[in-house]
Design a protein around this ligand. Structure first.
Ligand SMILES: Cc1ncc(COP(=O)(O)O)c(C=O)c1O
Length: 493
């Protein structure tokens, strides 16, 4: 009886939204034949009280009126009132193949009924099956896997391996990078608003970001497979990028002035995710790797956001960059939301960790490995990488149309289904759009049914990084919603 009543409420709330949309000429959300389970959990009002009382105030929540998520299905999220949202942020770039994907779900449930946990002091098949599958997606030389539970933990381990293998200390990253918030990874992260007042920079130092939008160098030809900056020009010939030489020069300068003769390594994202979907100029990473290797350092590519087909053209960001990292780090989409991270490297580098006992209780957990193996199955079966390519290109063109219509959109960038839109109050000076206007646009889009992310040092970049099963109709809907929100909040002349 109660369940029936809730089901009715759920359906009524869901249809109320589309009726409102029709009545007010709001864009129509593409249909979805899925009905969420009746919600019988803690009320949103009570959850807000509990959150204020018992959960850390450091837990960041998006929106003035946060979404109270009840259930997920493919690219959709449903709140406790049954309202449906198009999820264009995928739990921060994590639910790569879609919420509650049946193949992943079945793999986890089957494994749960068989064996939840043992730790690696015993052998179990799943970790071996996964290691074989994962390394098959990589070049032959990246052949040894260490599994952990998160991106920060994986970056910690990768940097530790670089130090142990080289016997050196210094590690360089880029300003505007985000590599996690564990005490060690925080030292590689370089966004002031994420930094705590505590010693984190032990041996970690930063070079100027290769930011072709706001940095001192950049033009209209710096990015591969993306939109170019529209308000800057350059005289580079196709395929050439002088800006990347200039930024590599800055790295060389840091290495000369701030590091000893030999260093442990360099860590970099192919596209800076939290930093606002910031795309590094063509050739920059390869040039940086050359400089680092000349100092004896190892090159670490943080694939936490760029991996697992999201780039569209390639399965991995380092392949898109055309470089050969010594170590790659992954997490997020690896197991579609099951907590997991991985470090993959060459055998001799991996062996550096055997100089002492090493253990990770949950790393390589059988359920995580089952989920991660199923993710690779789904990627293949549903051809999600090529879908990310086609739909990513389509979305980028649609974003360019919005940019050409609204002067507050200063830049659109990214590749595949990792896309960003930078909001400014002045295109000439690139002054970030006032946070309250950004917040209002963000809130209105949520109220009209789309969820996406925010990022960048100024919080002025909208980030579109959906589950890879999103459709063209979804993107059309999202762009129509954004069009209305931009129209409404466009500053009046
Ligand atoms: C590129 C990158 N590296 C590392 C991390 C840290 O991952 P986690 O939050 O799982 O520790 C993140 C998280 O957003 C990330 O975007």
């Amino acid at each position: 009886m109660l369940a029936g009543a809730f089901r009715r409420i759920t359906k009524t709330a869901a249809s109320a939204f589309s009726t409102t949309a029709a009545a007010t000429n709001l864009p129509q959300m593409p249909p979805c034949d899925f009905t969420p389970k009746p919600f019988d959990g803690m009320s949103k009002a009570r959850a807000k009280e509990v959150r204020a009382t018992h959960l850390s105030p450091a837990m960041l929540t998006f929106y003035k009126d946060p979404v109270y998520v009840h259930q997920g299905h493919k690219q959709w999220l449903f709140d406790s009132d049954g309202k449906r949202y198009l999820d264009l942020f995928a739990g921060i770039v994590t639910v790569g193949v879609g919420h509650c994907h049946p193949t992943v779900l079945k793999a986890v449930v089957d494994q749960q009924e068989t064996l939840w946990h043992t730790t690696n002091i015993y052998m179990h098949p799943k970790i071996h099956e996964y290691a074989e599958r994962l390394t098959a997606t990589l070049p032959d030389y990246l052949d040894v896997v260490y599994l952990v539970n998160s991106g920060s933990e994986a970056n910690d381990l990768a940097m530790a391996m670089a130090r142990l293998y080289t016997g050196k200390y210094d590690i360089v990253s880029l300003r505007n990078a985000y590599h996690g918030l564990s005490t060690f990874a925080m030292g590689a992260t370089s966004l002031g608003n994420w930094m705590q007042q505590m010693p984190t920079r032990n041996g970690l130092l930063q070079s100027m970001n290769a930011d072709v939008y706001r940095g001192p160098w950049g033009g209209s030809n710096c990015r591969e497979e993306s939109s170019q900056v529209v308000d800057r020009t350059c005289d580079c010939s196709p395929g050439e990028c002088k800006a990347s030489d200039m930024y590599a020069g800055q790295l060389e300068d840091v290495l000369k002035h701030c590091t000893p003769k030999k260093i442990a390594g360099f860590i970099v994202e192919y596209i800076q995710g939290v930093g606002g979907c910031m795309q590094l100029p063509r050739g920059f990473i390869s040039k940086a790797f050359e400089l680092i290797r000349a100092k004896g350092g190892l090159c670490i590519l943080d694939e936490v956001q760029t991996g697992f087909g999201r780039m569209g053209t390639h399965f991995w960001g380092f392949e898109a960059a055309g470089c050969q990292p010594d170590i790659i780090v992954m997490a997020k989409s690896i197991a579609n939301g099951f907590p997991m991270g991985a470090v993959v490297t060459r055998k001799e580098i991996a062996a550096s960790l055997t100089s002492a006992l090493h253990l990770n209780t949950f790393g390589g957990n059988p359920m995580a490995c089952a989920a991660a193996t199923a993710v690779l199955d789904v990627m293949e079966e549903e051809k999600l990488q090529s879908h990310a390519l086609d739909l990513g290109r389509y979305t980028l063109r649609k974003m360019e149309e919005l940019r050409d219509k609204y002067p507050i959109i200063g830049d659109v960038r990214g590749r595949g289904l990792m896309l960003g839109m930078e909001l400014v109050s002045d295109r000439e000076t690139r002054t970030p759009l006032a946070p309250e206007i950004v917040a209002n646009i963000f809130e209105d889009c949520k109220d009209m049914g789309i969820l996406f992310g925010k990022g960048g040092l100024y919080g002025s970049c909208f980030r579109i990084k959906p589950p890879l099963c999103v459709t063209k109709e979804d993107i059309d809907f999202a762009m129509a919603v954004m069009d209305i929100a931009f129209q409404k909040h466009q500053p009046q002349a």
